[in-house]
Ligand binder design. Structure first.
Ligand code: IPE
Ligand code: MG
Length: 210
């Protein structure tokens, strides 16, 4: 969900205002995605590389994730099940603070019966770390092949990615779902994340639905 900072700068607002708007836009987009019968929506909320940002910005983004995972009644109304993907909380280099961990656990539990769409939020996520994790687990179990790696990804239930969306005029893959998106289409847009709307989603989905 790239481009929050630039969205804010263009309006002479603080970067944090852009993140706030980005979180609001995700709530809007989840609603739209349901009307388009999207089965799986996975968003990159915060990467393993993002911790080096200024402390106040990180703190603001953490608060927004707590807010996002707190949108349980909205998600239940929309029949959306929440998931999280990232460095396991008990791994030595994991950085997700306890208060966000609690919000994540609660959102997953309180939306677990929903069947309409799976919204997966990547937080403290990095694809290389995930692949290393999967490779180690597969090796420990004695079989290292593609099926075994799939089974040992952080969230094995995630299907292969159909389309990767990159917002804000960037053309990088940025350590996101590298294993899962090996066969994906890629949709690029100049729009910053807060302006990514239903028309944009339709254009991205059209790459795979025709
Ligand atoms: C994306 O917006 C939000 C996170 C990475 C958490 P940016 O903060 O990267 O916005 P730009 O790239 O500076 O516009
Ligand atoms: Mg950025």
């Amino acid at each position: 969900m790239d481009g929050n900072g630039r969205w804010a700068q263009r309006r002479q607002l603080a970067r944090t205002a852009g993140h706030t708007e980005g979180e609001e836009n995700l709530a809007r987009l989840v609603r739209v995605a349901r009307t388009r019968n999207v089965g799986w929506l996975t968003v990159f909320g915060f990467s393993t590389e993002n911790w080096v940002r200024p402390r106040t910005e990180v703190r603001h983004i953490l608060g927004l994730h707590r807010k996002l995972f707190g949108r349980v009644s909205e998600l239940n109304e929309l029949n959306v099940r929440v998931q999280w993907v990232g460095r396991p909380f008990d791994s030595p280099d994991a950085r997700t603070p306890k208060h966000v961990q609690r919000a994540i656990h609660k959102a997953i539990a309180d939306t677990s019966a929903n069947t309409g769409m799976v919204l997966t939020v990547a937080f403290d996520y990095g694809s290389r770390a995930e692949i290393v994790h999967a490779a180690r687990a597969a090796a420990a179990a004695g079989v290292v092949d593609a099926d075994a790696l799939w089974e040992h990804m952080y969230l094995p239930e995630l299907p292969p990615v159909d389309v990767v969306v990159r917002t804000s005029g960037e053309h990088r893959v940025s350590n996101f779902m590298l294993w899962q998106s090996a066969g994906a289409e890629v949709f690029f847009t100049e729009r910053p994340w807060p302006d990514f709307d239903g028309d944009e989603l339709d254009a991205a989905v059209a790459l795979v639905r025709g």
